[in-house]
Design a protein around this ligand. Structure first.
Ligand SMILES: NC(=O)c1ccc[n+]([C@@H]2O[C@H](COP(=O)([O-])OP(=O)(O)OC[C@H]3O[C@@H](n4cnc5c(N)ncnc54)[C@H](O)[C@@H]3O)[C@@H](O)[C@H]2O)c1
Length: 336
């Protein structure tokens, strides 16, 4: 099959593209290669993808409506996995406009491309951050998510609403993927594991927010990629019996679904740091700090619905996943 993967030079897009190519699919990857973090890491991921003859890369900005429309009409993809976005909760307090461009205008351009070119299935990245002020654990796609605490989260919730509209109006099958703190080899330099690893190796202190009193459902990248590759074959169908009163927010009378993709076993931040210290064989110098605006105290995914449709849910332990990350980091950055 012919896939469009947006954000193919990004962390998750790279891994998903690798998996699709290994399964014999054709992949066209797009990315604007912005410098939100080290562009060399994005280029290194692309170098690996370019080794596959069934892969092609186009440098395109999602917000460029004309370029996106031309891409869709020329290529006639069967399926689209939309992972490009301005990511990061904290940066959305500094540069909110970047999120409007990439995550709102960009998402609209993807939806328009799918609408006009009869795409079989659009899968797109949402985020556990949509759970915002929700306190009921684990977070369930059956719960309402109307109280985000960052603009990033608000754009991800908006992505789900926009997708629903296109599923309803044009019968476009859409699946929203609420990822929970993804980590692993080729991971993002703006995320905790990467920053902690670099600092510990360099003998510098690490910033530990809310004095370490946080829990996260850390989810290993291979589990995320496996879930996406399985889900792309589960094309949502309209449910004629669905009503707002009796259905759940994750389903609809339209061909629309939303799933949590998380490890369903939240880990305390201090235990995550301990796993890293063990993998590195070195203790961290910890700089204990208060909670950051926009952050949430804990995340935990209810993955029952995911398991029911794909017979799989993320399961890799933090000890195993962190060790894999450290091995990759040392090899990539030539650390002895
Ligand atoms: N990594 C996580 O923990 C996590 C958690 C929840 C949700 N997500 C979501 O998953 C998706 C992938 O995240 P990731 O961790 O791989 O992030 P990433 O930043 O590594 O990848 C995103 C890619 O999109 C590209 N991009 C950004 N704006 C673009 C634009 N306007 N046009 C074209 N390309 C653009 C970037 O250059 C980058 O390569 C994102 O939508 C993110 O919001 C990630």
């Amino acid at each position: 099959m012919k896939f469009l993967v947006t954000g193919a030079a990004g962390f998750i897009g790279f891994h998903v593209s690798e998996r699709l190519l290994a399964a014999g699919h054709q992949v066209i990857g797009i990315d604007n290669l912005n410098d939100y973090y080290d562009v060399n890491l994005k280029l290194a991921r692309l170098d690996l993808l370019k080794k596959h003859s069934a892969f092609r890369f186009d440098k395109i900005d999602l917000a460029d409506g004309e370029a996106m429309a031309t891409l869709f009409s020329t290529e006639q993809f069967q399926r689209v996995i939309h992972l490009a976005a301005q990511a990061g909760v904290r940066y959305s307090l500094e540069n909110p406009h970047a999120y409007a461009q990439a995550n709102l205008i960009g998402h609209l351009n993807v939806l328009e491309g799918c609408r006009h070119n009869k795409i079989e299935h659009l899968l797109y990245a949402s985020s556990s951050s949509v759970y915002g002020l929700n306190r009921k654990m684990p977070f369930s796609t059956e719960d309402s998510v109307d109280h985000p605490v960052s603009l990033y989260a608000a754009t991800k919730k908006a992505n789900e609403l926009m997708a629903h509209t296109y599923s309803h109006l044009y019968g476009l099958p859409t699946t929203g993927l609420r990822f929970f703190t993804v980590y692993g080899p080729w991971g993002r330099p703006d995320m905790a594991l990467f920053k902690f690893t670099k600092a510990i190796i360099e003998g510098k202190s690490i910033d530990v927010y809310n004095h370490g009193q946080m829990r996260r459902d850390f989810t290993y990248i291979d589990d995320i990629a496996e879930a996406i590759v399985r889900l792309q074959d589960v094309i949502p169908e309209p449910d004629a019996n669905w009503t707002v009163e009796q259905g759940t927010p994750a389903t609809s009378s339209a061909p629309y679904r939303v799933y949590n993709i998380g490890n369903s076993s939240p880990v305390a931040l201090m235990d995550y740091i301990s796993a890293l210290e063990k993998a590195l064989g070195k203790e961290a110098i910890k700089n204990m700090l208060p909670m950051q605006p926009g952050d949430v105290l804990a995340t935990s995914a209810d993955t029952q619905a995911l398991y029911e449709v794909i017979g799989f849910k993320p399961h890799t332990s933090v000890e195993e996943g962190v060790q894999q990350f450290v091995d990759w980091y040392k090899n990539f950055y030539h650390v002895a």
